[in-house]
Design a protein around this ligand. Structure first.
Ligand code: AMP
Length: 305
């Protein structure tokens, strides 16, 4: 196994202009792992409750995700619900019930500890730090967070961040974390907090990479039908980190292999776009690597001038 992913495995309730799902498989860890699995071997660290459906576990197993680090605890699985605006660029969180995540103390299986790649998906920053501390010298550590943690656990987050090489975050969160409106200046401030490689995601408008050289801008794929954007940011992260793992890249490559980082951003954008085509994780029930590579090529054509 080459990539360990920690984060929420959840049930989500989602309403978009296309419809509504009361309870479907979701969670940051789930989406990151599903997307990264197209590139590399993945194991997850998370906890679910007694209500976690056997069919959902079987789906993750069938995708070849290592579930040795998926604990089951008395209580309910993490639950999140949200409703999207008409244009789907904004969403309002209705509920965040940590449930079994509230007292989760992750213990990494021995088989995970020497993995070269670690991705700390969106969850309490203290849990992210605890998982990082159990790994033996990973080659590259990446992570994600959100407004919920920036506001409520800022100090914990700053200590976790200091040990990361890569941070993926969306634009409003980058402004909130840095206290700076201008994205370029915000990027400088955030990179001084720890992560040398920073990707600022801009929803349907794509993403900007800030590493050692000039910034790189990747558009969002112009989808004809966006059904449900839930998890798109996590799938972006999974595509990005999965590609770095597939290519065996390290943080030092930020200066020697800038093209590889750029390709990773485009794979991130590709995986995020597929995620939006159906509700929840449904697109990953049929998506193939060939479809992913075809859309990656399409990106080249769309941006060449
Ligand atoms: P995204 O649309 O990429 O931001 O990811 C949405 C996913 O993140 C959903 O599946 C939620 O279950 C999960 N999520 C939402 N809020 C939180 C939170 N505070 N901590 C951890 N995971 C969360």
């Amino acid at each position: 196994m080459s990539l360990v992913v920690v984060g929420s495995v959840a049930y989500d309730g989602v309403e978009t202009p296309y419809g509504r799902r009361e309870r479907m498989l979701g969670g940051a860890c789930t989406y990151v792992a599903l997307a990264a699995r197209y590139f590399t071997e993945v194991g997850i660290v998370a906890v679910v409750g007694e209500d976690f459906d056997r069919a959902d576990q079987q789906f993750l197993e069938a995708r070849g995700i290592d579930l040795t680090g998926l604990a089951r605890a008395p209580g309910k699985t993490f639950f999140w619900s949200g409703v999207y605006s008409e244009d789907m660029n904004d969403r309002t969180t209705l509920r965040t019930d940590l449930n079994v995540f509230a007292d989760f103390h992750p213990v990494l299986p021995a088989s995970y500890r020497s993995c070269p790649y670690l991705f700390l998906g969106n969850i309490q920053p203290e849990l992210q730090r605890l998982v990082r501390a159990q790994m033996h010298q990973p080659r590259l550590v990446g992570g994600d967070t959100m407004n919920y943690w920036i506001q409520s656990r800022r100090q914990e987050l700053l200590s976790a961040l200091a040990e990361w090489n890569v941070l993926l975050i969306n634009d409003s969160e980058a402004r909130m974390l840095s206290g700076e409106r201008n994205l370029r200046r915000a990027a400088d401030i955030i990179r001084r907090m720890g992560p040398r490689i920073l990707v600022i995601k801009r929803g349907e408008y794509g993403a900007v990479l800030f590493a050692d050289g000039d910034p790189f801008l990747a558009p969002g794929y112009p989808l004809e039908n966006v059904c449900d954007p839930t998890g798109a940011g996590d799938c972006f992260a999974g595509g990005f980190i999965g590609y770095l793992a597939e290519r065996g890249l390290a943080p030092e490559d930020a200066s020697s292999e800038p093209q590889e980082l750029r390709r990773a951003v485009v794979y991130g954008s590709v995986l995020g776009s597929f995620c939006c085509e159906q509700f929840g994780v449904d697109r990953f029930r049929t998506l193939t690597r060939a479809e992913i590579d075809a859309r990656f090529q399409e990106f080249k054509a769309l941006t060449a001038f």
